[in-house]
Design a protein around this ligand. Structure first.
Ligand code: NAI
Ligand code: MG
Length: 352
């Protein structure tokens, strides 16, 4: 059995964290008897500067010939950040209809985080990934004049809410946790009013066994900081999910420990697995970036692609590496290089 992974290293620390992670990810797949076939794709900012395009016109066809995509980060110092994001990450997520963005936050043994001592943090942000505030619809009029106006239109459709709701409920059921719906329906009553209505209807009809609560996103932000251990699965729209998952990252040890998966549970398309962080230009090229967010994204990749034992083993190897302490990168208070941290996970995999 083989697993075909398209590898997009991207910009900044992207290549560093991907290179450090791949050996452990490939070795973990072997735990399930699966051989990994890698396709290296040079997509990203350098390609954009060289050719005018961050990825080729047939990019979607190329990735569709694979089971999954492992992605580092984009964000080139010589390019406009908005242009970078709209030239690669968003077209892939949208083009493949990867409507669910899963961002787990786990408190690792031995890492100091802002959580209270002894609090067991283990929640999952399920973010709608195709529309909402990131629809791209809008524009500017009276450019550069004192009367200039910009509009940025949020789209919330019933089918998109229904499918992400089922995904969120499914995870809450599997994890035995409460589903917390985060909206802002007291103010955005059209869009988030629809969210409340649709999610509660699906809960009643299809997931009566799953506990469901609704919170306004501002109050939820306070709760996430004050009592992160009280959260299970958080279901939200595109913008809130982006912000809440970065807000949660410190409870896992920071952005260097925050993985994510972009998936479409019921569609036959490759998932897109990436650390939550960006290209980290402030530390790029120095070999000090933490590769564990990418390793953990690799574990999510394996779990979604028929390698559950390898995924568990990889997460245990990360836990062992972090707990043991000598291979921690600078963001975790250590002195290890990116390569050393990746190698330590690979070594720990043998014992996991
Ligand atoms: P960032 O996530 O790149 O960096 C934020 C902070 O976290 C920096 O201080 C950085 O050094 C630190 N950090 C990030 N990853 C780390 C790691 N693996 N190990 C240790 N420290 C780490 O976010 P920022 O600075 O806002 O954006 C930089 C560029 O990345 C921008 O061009 C932005 O558009 C892009 N970006 C791309 C994303 C993607 O490819 N999916 C996601 C977020 C930002
Ligand atoms: Mg973000």
């Amino acid at each position: 059995q083989t697993l075909r992974i398209a590898v997009v290293r991207g910009d900044g620390v992207g290549p560093e964290v991907v290179d450090a992670s791949l050996p452990a990810i490939v070795a973990a797949a072997a735990v399930d008897g699966v051989a990994v076939v890698l396709t290296e794709l040079d997509w990203g900012g350098d390609r954009q500067i060289r050719t005018g395009r961050a990825m080729p016109d047939d990019a979607l066809d190329v990735v569709r010939r694979h089971d999954a995509i492992l992605f580092g980060a984009i964000g080139h110092p010589d390019l406009d950040p908005a242009e970078s994001v709209w030239s690669l990450v968003l077209p892939l997520r949208k083009g493949l209809e990867l409507y669910a963005n899963l961002r787990p936050v786990v408190g690792w043994e031995g890492l100091s985080t802002p959580a209270r001592d002894g609090a067991k943090v283990d929640f999952l942000v399920v973010r709608e990934n195709t529309e909402g505030e990131y629809s791209g619809i809008g524009g500017r009029t009276h450019r550069g004049t004192p009367l200039e106006v910009a509009t940025e239109v949020a789209i919330h459709s019933r089918p998109a809410i229904e499918r992400i709701a089922r995904c969120g409920f499914g995870h809450a059921r599997e994890r035995g946790q409460t589903l917390t719906l985060a909206t802002k329906s007291n103010v955005n009553r059209h869009g988030y009013g629809l969210w409340d209505e649709v999610v509660f209807a699906i809960g009643e009809r299809e997931f009566p066994d799953v506990a469901l609560e609704k919170m306004y996103v501002d109050a939820l932000a306070t709760r996430m900081v004050a009592r992160p251990e009280s959260l299970g699965v958080v279901l939200c729209g595109n913008l809130f999910g982006d912000i809440l998952s970065d807000l949660g990252a410190p409870f896992a040890g920071g952005l260097g420990m925050a993985p994510s998966a972009n998936v479409a549970p019921d569609l036959d398309v490759p998932g897109f697995f990436e650390p939550v962080h960006g290209s980290a230009p402030d530390i790029a090229g120095r070999g000090i970036a933490n590769p564990l967010a990418t390793v953990l994204s690799g574990a999510m990749l394996l779990r979604e692609n028929g390698c559950p034992r390898g995924a568990d083993a990889l997460e245990r190897a990360v836990a062992a590496t972090v707990a043991e302490g000598s291979a921690r990168t600078r963001d975790l208070g250590g002195v290890a290089t990116t390569g050393e941290a990746g190698a330590a996970v690979l070594a720990a995999l043998g014992d996991a």
